[in-house]
Design a protein around this ligand. Structure first.
Ligand code: ADP
Ligand code: ADP
Ligand code: ZN
Length: 211
């Protein structure tokens, strides 16, 4: 199974992708996670990507297409995968076509812009295992450390109000056209993001015929 999670920043792609990945036994590939890791390790890729991410803009297509192409060659991708945060432009979607990759389903999570700000402003991430929390909607056990691995939780540098606004603008301009792109292929499933995380999960599982 090859699945794409589409949706605005903060719509809940990463959260739902992890749950589906665990259920389906396939990996989640998040270009955002790969880029942040590269920035942390100060690799050439990280150095090139950092200024774009800090401004809330997309990293150039060639760079992300290269990292995704390399990642998909790894052995854990043999039985399928979930793409979280890729493609983000029509060119990136066309790159998947050029690689002869057939996507089975695209889950399009919809959350209105007004809700995105509170979701992203309250997002906290674990630098150890990558788990994602929310200070109000999905807090860790003690609110400060990761429930899974115990590391201290941090806030992403691009989850600041000014940057969030720019990321939303970029989403509507460059990523939202992918909805039509995949709807025309008959593989887009719309999921309306719910207040309750588990309700969004139920809708997502239903859209993917998973129980
Ligand atoms: P979010 O979870 O808020 O949607 P991500 O972790 O997916 O954010 O991405 C964080 C940032 O990394 C994006 O704002 C963008 O700058 C960069 N990025 C991630 N994936 C891509 C991509 N496919 N194309 C271009 N830039 C990307
Ligand atoms: P994305 O990967 O689309 O950027 P995330 O999965 O990181 O989004 O979710 C963004 C923030 O919203 C996180 O803090 C997450 O814990 C929280 N969140 C996710 N789903 C829900 C939901 N259904 N209701 C409220 N908050 C949610
Ligand atoms: Zn952790």
């Amino acid at each position: 199974m090859k699945i794409i999670f589409l949706g605005a920043p903060g719509a809940g792609k990463g959260t739902q992708a992890e749950l589906v990945a665990a259920k389906a036994g396939i990996p989640t590939i998040s270009t955002g996670v790969i880029l942040r890791e590269a920035i942390k390790n100060k690799t050439p890729l990280g150095v090139s990507a950092q200024s774009y991410i800090e401004k809330g803009q997309l990293v150039p297509d060639e760079l992300v297409i290269d990292i995704l192409t390399a990642r998909l060659k790894e052995s854990d991708c043999a039985n399928g995968y979930i793409l979280d945060g890729f493609p983000r432009t029509i060119s990136q979607a066309e790159a998947l076509d050029k690689m002869n990759i057939t996507i089975d389903k695209v889950v399009n999570i919809y959350v209105p812009d007004e809700k995105i700000v509170e979701r992203l402003a309250g997002r906290r991430s674990c630098g150890g295992c990558g788990a994602t929390y929310h200070v109000v909607f999905n807090p860790s056990a003690d609110g400060v450390h990761c429930t899974h691995c115990g590391k201290e939780l941090t806030q992403r540098a691009d989850d600041k109000p000014e940057t969030i606004k720019e990321r939303l603008r970029v989403y509507h301009e460059q990523t939202a056209p992918l909805e039509e792109f995949y709807r025309n292929r008959g593989i887009l499933c719309d999921v309306v993001g719910q207040e309750e995380l588990s309700e969004t999960t139920a809708l997502t599982m239903k859209a993917l015929d998973l129980k």
